[in-house]
Ligand binder design. Structure first.
Ligand code: AVJ
Length: 316
């Protein structure tokens, strides 16, 4: 047996394979999870503060307002498993009301974000058992050893479920239902369908932070994969695709050009785009159906007064 053959591709070769695969399609695309390197995560945190980007503050307000009711439904001693650690603000609002939680298990691809999250949570809840997991939660990962008497409560805020294609969202949620078992619970934030002008403003902010966030993906590809994207040769644009019910983030080539990647040359025509993110929006009935199709029962859901965002409490 030789020591230099590993059964799994390294993260860098996985990244290169995904980039080459995406950029050789007729509609070029890049998986949105790669938007979140350290700088991308910082830019995303800045997006959450933008006046046009309503989801974060709306979901936080919903969480704060209904946390006592949510906590009552959840009951005593749950293992709170958060998919994607983020900044932890909403989580702290929730934890402040949970009755004697057994443990907090944040799962995030970025160890940097994860340690920030753990620090923030532990300083506010010093007694809480925290078991961070560094993993891509869309891939294969396993839960740490948990108290078996405690129920599993999956927490998936931020409408990140909107980044999945609908069939993949169903499979993902069904897998969580299976993992959570008989007394499982899921608290999930879901962005709602609304006036396209509101949606497009939220993803084309005037300060240009979302554009920076999007273009940062090209910077990351240059740095990590030795490509030669000129950032000023692409422009950011987000559009709402009403037929598909999703916001699409595009990087549009401003001229005909060729980009060199290790072993590949990618051709762009002027006006051709790379899709870097799909952000699906759901009507209440649509998400209720998705939950049912993925073996969750809707116990309750909450919507802000302007009908922008929804928070769902589901049980298996
Ligand atoms: C955190 C993935 C839900 O789709 O609204 C924000 C990411 N992209 N602005 C979203 C995002 C552009 C965000 N999610």
């Amino acid at each position: 047996m030789s020591l230099d053959t590993t059964p799994f591709p390294s993260p860098a070769s996985r990244f290169l394979a995904d980039v080459v695969d995406g950029l050789t399609r007729s509609q070029k695309y890049l998986p949105c999870k790669y938007l979140y390197d350290d700088r991308g995560s910082q830019l995303f945190n800045a997006i959450c503060e933008l006046p046009e980007y309503y989801p974060t503050r709306t979901e936080l307000a919903l969480t704060e307002r209904f946390a006592p009711e949510i906590a009552q439904r959840i009951g005593e001693s749950a293992n709170l498993i958060e998919l994607g650690a983020g900044s932890g603000t909403k989580t702290r609002a929730l934890l402040a009301h949970l009755e004697d939680p057994a443990a907090y298990i944040p799962v995030d691809i970025s160890s940097h974000e994860l340690s920030r999250c753990v620090r923030a949570i532990s300083s506010q809840f010093p007694q809480l058992t925290v078991k961070p997991v560094v993993a891509d939660y869309t891939g294969d990962w396993s839960l740490p050893r948990l108290a078996r008497s405690a129920r599993s409560l999956f927490y998936f805020p931020g409408s990140t479920i909107g980044n999945f294609e609908p069939a993949a969202a169903r499979d993902f949620l069904a897998q969580k239902a299976a993992l959570a078992g008989n007394d499982g619970a899921l608290l999930i934030g879901v962005d709602l369908k609304k006036d396209p002008a509101i949606l497009e403003a939220a993803y084309n902010d005037r300060a240009g932070i979302t554009a920076e966030f999007n273009l940062n993906l090209l910077r990351r590809i240059n740095r990590e994969l030795n490509a030669d994207f000129a950032l000023h040769d692409f422009r950011h644009q987000a559009v709402y695709n009403a037929e598909e019910g999703r916001v699409e983030m595009h990087l549009i080539s401003v001229r005909d050009q060729q980009i060199a990647l290790p072993g590949h040359t990618i051709e762009f025509q002027k006006g051709e785009s790379i899709i870097t993110e799909h952000s699906y929006k759901y009507a209440i009935q649509e998400f209720a159906r998705l939950a049912e199709d993925s073996h969750w029962r809707t116990r309750s859901f909450w919507i802000d007064p302007d009908g922008l965002f929804s928070l769902w409490y589901l049980e298996t």
